[in-house]
Design a protein around this ligand. Structure first.
Ligand code: S3P
Length: 441
């Protein structure tokens, strides 16, 4: 099958109810924690994307079996550090930074050396952010220039650490929490605010973890070596996947959309705060709580006039995967939007800040950049009619989604390569678009 899509028409107005794919962060965490629980955990609505399938393959290589029975993943755990695997085991995290970083935290007591590798994109990403603190626990790690492949050999002499996590990275925080599970004593992490699914899931499992919330930092203390029982978990929808449909609706004419059962954890909904500041009126309906996570149906209507935003950098972590699509809204807004301290965007599946700016200029938008701060000169009357081709974007799924939403809302004749990239996080992306009327070849 050809690995590109062609979009030649804007989407016609729609009023629909949809579901988006399940949350990737929660899916990966639920599988990894089930691999450490005692007994059979049952996970329903697990995201069946490549990142999560690589997570399942990883635990299987480490001696943890699973079976899909009636759409529910049954995972058979043996408790903390219940992995058993051969010498020279290699784990392939594929495209997933989350899997690669979190699994290192669960391997800190391993008796055999393990090698962790990844795809072209993951092999360019820096691992010093986890290698440095893992070494403080006493773990042996070898890697050239802090890049993959990473070789890790665990130790029986782990010591708890006190660590100051100042990037605001949930991957780093979660890797260290996982390492703390296998470490005697109390590990303390002072962590700049970031998504807190790991902490919430451990609390739901009644694991002895304490979180003291401060304004910008959370102080997290984890008591090591406590076993927890298998659990059932139903994964909600992913706000990061929903965000492309939110913007599609916002920038279309006379349309409305309800996206059902989406996770609206406050540490994830920066995009809603930012878009509402820009004049969108996005609403949460039927809000409820599930095992510590907030869930709601999201309701969006089209909006003809949007205003520029001066985005406070305190929102960066809670919108980190959504800035590409937020930039598109800024491109259509009235006025100059500014965003600050977005260096972390360049540490993702591709150099998203650089590519996001290149993309905006490609569609005719003026962007000024000073280091990691940018100003986007919005043009509310922007429409496109030329030919556009998207290629060489390191198969980054979110750049593929952004290109499709741009084509469907602003027009132009688009050929967008690397359609396969959608398998990373949202395999049903094109099907879902077509279900609301998008014409995609
Ligand atoms: C994720 C955390 C974020 C995010 C990534 C998923 C997670 O990365 O960009 O897509 O599930 O923990 P960082 O923790 O590096 O910011």
């Amino acid at each position: 099958m050809s690995n590109y899509v062609v979009i030649k028409n804007r989407i016609k107005n729609f009023n629909r109810v949809i579901k988006v794919s399940s949350d990737k962060s929660i899916s990966i965490r639920s599988v990894l924690l089930a691999s450490q629980a005692i007994g059979t955990s049952k996970i329903s609505n697990l995201l069946e994307s490549e990142d999560v399938i690589n997570t399942l393959k990883t635990i299987k290589k480490l001696g943890i079996n699973y079976r899909k029975i009636n759409n529910i993943y049954n995972i058979y755990g043996f408790g903390l550090n219940g992995f058993s695997f051969k010498k020279n085991t290699t784990l392939n995290a594929g495209n997933s930074g989350t899997l690669a970083r979190l699994i290192l935290g669960l391997l800190v007591k391993s008796k055999n050396e393990v090698k962790v590798i990844g795809d072209k994109s993951l092999s360019k990403r820096d691992f010093s952010r986890v290698i440095k603190p893992l070494k403080l626990f006493g773990v042996n790690i070898k890697s050239k220039k802090n890049l993959m492949p990473i070789k890790l050999l665990g130790t029986d002499f782990l010591r708890p650490i006190k660590y100051f996590e100042n990037i605001g990275s949930a991957q780093v925080k979660s890797c260290l929490i996982f390492s703390a599970l296998n470490t005697p004593g109390i590990t303390t992490i002072n962590s700049k605010k970031s998504r807190n699914h790991t902490e919430l899931m451990l609390k739901f499992l009644k694991y002895p973890i304490k979180v003291k919330r401060n304004k910008n930092f959370d102080k997290i203390s984890i008591q090591g070596l406590k076993q927890f029982k298998a659990f059932d978990y139903n994964v909600p929808g992913d706000i990061s996947s929903a965000s492309f449909f939110i913007v599609l609706t916002l920038l279309s004419k006379k349309s409305s959309l309800t996206i059902k059962e989406v996770n609206i954890n406050p540490s994830r909904i920066g995009i809603i705060t930012i878009l509402n500041k820009m004049g969108a009126k996005i609403k949460f309906k039927k809000k409820r709580f599930y095992n510590g996570e907030a869930i709601a149906d999201i309701y969006i209507q089209s909006k003809n006039v949007l205003k520029a935003v001066n985005c406070p950098s305190t929102l960066n972590s809670s919108a980190i995967d959504e800035f590409l699509i937020i930039f598109l809204v800024a491109a259509k807004a009235n006025g100059i939007s500014s965003f600050k301290d977005l260096g972390e965007m360049n540490k993702k599946e591709s150099r998203r800040l650089d590519l996001g700016i290149k993309f905006l200029r490609y569609i005719g938008i003026r962007v000024e950049r000073k280091k990691n701060n940018i100003k986007i000169y919005g043009n509310p009357s922007l429409t496109l009619s030329q030919n556009f081709e998207m290629k060489n974007f390191l198969k980054d799924h979110r750049i593929f989604f952004l290109s499709c939403i741009t084509a469907l809302t602003l027009g132009g004749k688009w050929r967008i390569n690397d359609r396969d990239s959608i398998k990373t996080s949202f395999p049903n992306f094109l099907k879902t678009l077509k279900s609301i009327g998008a014409k995609i070849n």
